[in-house]
Write a protein that binds this ligand. Structure first.
Ligand SMILES: CC(C)(COP(=O)(O)OP(=O)(O)OC[C@H]1O[C@@H](n2cnc3c(N)ncnc32)[C@H](O)[C@@H]1OP(=O)(O)O)[C@@H](O)C(=O)NCCC(=O)NCCS
Length: 159
C-alpha cells in the first residue's frame, strides 16, 4: 500500500476493535487494552489526538496504522505510532508521525518527547531520521535488559 493512497483521519470509537487487534499483534508483550483506548479517546480533543491511516479497498476501509499524541502547554508526548506488518516500510509511520507533529505544532507545543524501546531498531531509526535526539535513557524500563530511550524534538518556540 503506497503512502500516496493512505488516508489520515481522526480515530473514532468504532475503530477501537480493529485498532486493538493490531495493537495485540504489534505489541504482544504489553498491548494497550480496549479500556485504555477508550479512556485515551475520552481525552480528545482536550489533551489528546489519535489518528488512523486507512486505505479504501472496494467498499471496505482497511486499517493500515494508528498513532496518538498527548499535548499539554508547550509540551507534547508521542503516545504511540504503529503500522500493520503488511503496510510497514512504505512511509506510513512517517506520515502518521508528521500528522501528529502538525497537531502538536497547531496546539502551540514547542517540544515533543517520546520513549522507545532500545531494541526497537525501526522505530529508533524513524525518530532519529525525523530529527529526534536522544536526551536520556531509563534502564530496564520495559523489561530486564530493555531500556527506554528518551527522545526530544524541538518544533518551534525557544525552549
Ligand atoms: C516503527 C514503525 C511505526 C515504522 O513505520 P513504517 O511505516 O514501517 O516506517 P516508514 O516506512 O514510514 O519509514 C520511516 C523511517 O523509519 C525507519 N525504518 C522503518 N523501517 C525500518 C527498518 N526495518 N529498519 C530500519 N529503519 C527502518 C527508516 O528511517 C525510515 O525512513 P527511510 O525509509 O527514509 O529510511 C513500524 O515499524 C511499526 O509499526 N512497528 C511496530 C510498532 C512499533 O514498534 N511502534 C513504535 C513504538 S515507539
Amino acid at each position: 500500500m503506497p503512502v500516496q493512497t493512505a488516508q489520515i483521519r481522526a480515530m473514532h470509537w468504532t475503530d477501537i476493535p480493529a485498532v486493538q487487534t493490531l495493537e495485540r499483534q504489534l505489541f504482544p508483550v504489553d498491548p494497550w487494552s480496549v479500556e485504555t483506548f477508550w479512556s485515551e479517546l475520552a481525552l480528545v480533543p482536550q489533551t489528546r489526538c489519535y489518528l488512523v491511516a486507512t486505505a479504501q479497498d472496494d467498499d471496505a476501509e482497511e486499517l493500515l496504522g494508528y498513532g496518538g499524541v498527548f499535548t499539554v502547554g508547550s509540551d507534547a508526548d508521542i503516545q504511540t505510532v504503529a503500522v500493520s506488518p503488511q503496510a510497514q516500510g512504505k512511509g506510513i509511520g512517517r506520515l502518521l508521525l508528521h500528522n501528529l507533529l502538525d497537531t502538536a505544532r497547531a496546539r502551540g507545543c514547542s517540544r515533543v518527547f517520546l520513549e522507545v524501546r532500545s531494541d526497537n531498531h525501526s522505530a529508533v531509526q524513524m525518530y532519529l531520521k525525523d530529527g529526534f535526539e536522544q536526551t536520556g535513557s531509563r534502564k530496564d524500563y520495559y523489561a530486564s535488559g530493555v531500556d527506554a530511550i528518551v527522545m526530544r524534538k524541538l518544533i518551534g518556540g525557544t525552549s
